[in-house]
Ligand binder design. Structure first.
Ligand SMILES: Cc1cc2nc3c(=O)[nH]c(=O)nc-3n(C[C@H](O)[C@H](O)[C@H](O)COP(=O)(O)OP(=O)(O)OC[C@H]3O[C@@H](n4cnc5c(N)ncnc54)[C@H](O)[C@@H]3O)c2cc1C
Length: 412
C-alpha cells in the first residue's frame, strides 16, 4: 500500500514495499540466473522474479530427461562466472565427433562428419543435464551479493518511461529498476506486457526425448539422422552421448507420430528407435520417462522496447536439430552483461540498440541454418530428396564445409 508522507512528515514513499535495483529480471531459468550473476559480479544490484519456487538442491534418481548440448563459448562463460565449477563433470560428456546422415544414403556415401580434432578444438560441445546446470546456477546465485530472488511471485504489471522501469508483483510489492529484462521463456509475460509482437509458426512436430542404456560404446560421438517416417513426414533423430554406455535422444517427428511414440509400450518404442538409428549401438534399454515438446519457430519483432529487453526463448525459439536454443540465450545474456559494463544507466538506449543488432545478426545466421535444414528435409518430393542428399554428401567431401559448420556450432 502507498504510505502517506504528508501525514507522517517523512519523505513520501510511493509504496511501503518498493525495492530499488539496477536491473530487474523476470525468469530464473538458466538464462535469467546467469545474467543476474554476471551483472552482480560487475557490481550491479539485481532482483530476479520467477513464478516458480527455487529448485531443490538434491539430485533425482538417474539422468535428467532434459539434456543440453552446450557449446564451448557458453561453457567458458559459465566457468568465468564460477558456475560451471559446480557442475559434476562426471555427469557430462565432451563430444569429440558428430555424424550427420541424410535420408537417402547411397552405397559408399558416408555421413557428414564434424571432428573436434580436425577443427583443432578440444570438443564440439559438452552434453550436460538441465538440472545439473540449474543447481550449479542456484548455488552460485545464493552466494552472490546484491542479488534478490523473489519467488514464487506473480508479475501483474510493467511500466516504463525515459527515466525508469517498474514491475508490480501480485502481492503488491514494486520493483523499480533502470532496466527490466524478460528471460521468462517462449510464452514470455514480459514480452507481451512490453507490447512486443512475435512472428512464427508451429513446425507441426513434437520432439520426443528419452535416455537409453546401450550395449555398444558411443565413443563420445553424437549422431543425427534426417529421415522420412512411415506417415511420409520428415523426422530428425539425434543421439547424444551420456556418461557410461548411454545416450539421450531427441526425435523430432510429426505430432501424431510423436503421440504414438510416447504412448506405445517400451519395447516397441525401443525397437523402432533402434531401426531409426541403424542399430548403431546394439541393444538398448529405456531409462526414465519419455517426454514430448511441441516445436515452434518464433522470433520477437524487437528485443528492446524502451527500458525493457527480452532474451533467451522470450526473444527467439529455434528448432532443436542444431541444439542451439540455450546457447543462443546464453549468448544474449553474456553480450548484454558485457554491453552494460561501466554504464551509469543500464537502460541507456544506444547500448541496448547495439546489443539488439548484434544478437539479431547471431540469431538470423542460426535460424537460417536450422529452419533451412528443417524445411529442406521436410520436402517429400523425390527430386528434392535426391538433391539434398547429394548436397550433404558433397559437403562431407569438402574439407572447409565441416569446419565451417563446427565453427558455427561453437560460436553462439
Ligand atoms: C527437445 C529440446 C531439446 C533442446 N536441446 C537443446 C540443446 O541441446 N542445446 C541448446 O542450447 N538448447 C536446446 N534446447 C532449447 C532450450 O531448451 C531453450 O532454449 C532454453 O531452455 C531456454 O531457456 P530460457 O531460460 O530462455 O527459458 P526457460 O527455460 O523457459 O525459463 C523461463 C523461466 O521463466 C519463468 N517464468 C515464466 N513465466 C513467468 C512469469 N510470468 N513470471 C515470472 N517467471 C516466469 C519460468 O518459471 C522459468 O524459470 C532444446 C529445446 C527442446 C524443446
Amino acid at each position: 500500500m502507498p504510505s502517506d508522507g504528508a501525514a507522517t512528515g517523512r519523505p513520501p514513499l510511493r509504496y511501503a514495499s518498493e525495492m530499488k535495483v539496477d536491473v530487474a529480471i523476470v525468469g530464473a531459468g538458466l538464462t535469467g540466473l546467469s545474467l543476474a550473476i554476471a551483472l552482480c559480479r560487475a557490481g550491479r544490484r539485481v532482483a530476479v522474479v520467477d513464478a516458480r519456487a527455487g529448485r531443490p538442491d538434491e539430485r533425482g534418481a538417474g539422468y535428467d530427461a532434459r539434456i543440453y548440448a552446450i557449446g564451448p563459448p557458453a561453457v567458458a562463460w559459465l566457468t568465468d562466472l564460477k558456475v560451471w565449477q559446480g557442475v559434476d563433470t562426471g555427469r557430462t560428456v565432451r563430444v569429440e565427433e558428430m555424424r550427420i546422415h541424410g535420408d537417402a544414403p547411397r552405397a559408399g556415401d558416408g555421413p557428414l562428419e564434424l571432428s573436434a580434432y580436425r577443427a583443432g578444438i578440444a570438443e564440439l560441445c559438452t552434453i550436460a543435464e538441465e538440472s545439473e546446470i540449474g543447481r550449479a546456477l542456484e548455488r552460485a546465485a545464493q552466494h552472490t551479493g546484491g542479488l534478490d530472488l523473489l519467488r514464487p511471485a506473480r508479475c501483474v504489471s510493467l511500466a516504463h518511461d525515459e527515466h525508469q522501469a517498474r514491475l508490480t508483483l501480485g502481492d503488491g510489492r514494486e520493483v523499480c529498476a533502470q532496466l527490466i529484462v524478460g528471460c521468462d521463456g517462449a510464452n514470455s509475460w514480459t514480452r507481451d506486457a512490453a507490447g512486443i509482437g512475435t512472428r512464427g509458426e508451429g513446425y507441426g512436430q513434437t520432439a520426443v526425448v528419452a535416455n537409453l542404456a546401450c550395449r555398444a560404446p558411443h565413443r563420445n560421438r553424437a549422431t543425427q539422422w534426417f529421415g522420412i517416417e512411415e506417415d511420409g513426414a520428415s523426422s530428425v533423430l539425434a543421439w547424444l552421448p551420456l556418461p557410461g554406455d548411454r545416450v539421450s535422444i531427441v526425435w523430432s517427428v510429426a505430432d501424431a507420430l510423436a503421440a504414438r511414440l510416447l504412448a506405445m509400450p517400451e519395447d516397441e518404442f525401443v525397437a523402432r528407435l533402434r531401426v531409426a538409428g541403424n542399430h548403431l549401438l546394439g541393444d538398448m534399454r529405456l531409462e526414465g520417462p519419455r517426454l514430448g515438446f511441441a516445436l515452434r519457430r518464433q522470433v520477437a519483432a524487437s528485443f528492446v522496447a524502451g527500458r525493457v529487453a527480452i532474451a533467451g526463448d522470450a526473444a527467439h525459439q529455434v528448432h532443436p536439430l542444431a541444439g542451439q536454443g540455450l546457447n543462443l540465450g546464453l549468448g544474449d545474456v553474456r553480450s548484454l552483461a558485457a554491453g552494460l559494463d561501466g554504464t551509469l544507466d543500464c537502460g541507456e538506449r544506444r547500448r541496448l540498440r547495439a546489443w539488439e543488432r548484434e544478437r539479431k545478426a547471431a540469431l538470423s545466421e542460426m535460424v537460417g541454418v536450422t529452419h533451412g535444414l528443417q524445411r529442406l528435409f521436410s520436402q517429400p518430393h523425390p527430386a528434392v530428396r535426391a538433391l539434398r542428399n547429394l548436397g550433404l554428401q558433397a559437403a562431407a567431401r569438402l574439407p572447409l564445409i565441416p569446419s565451417f559448420l563446427v565453427s558455427g556450432a561453437t560460436r553462439a
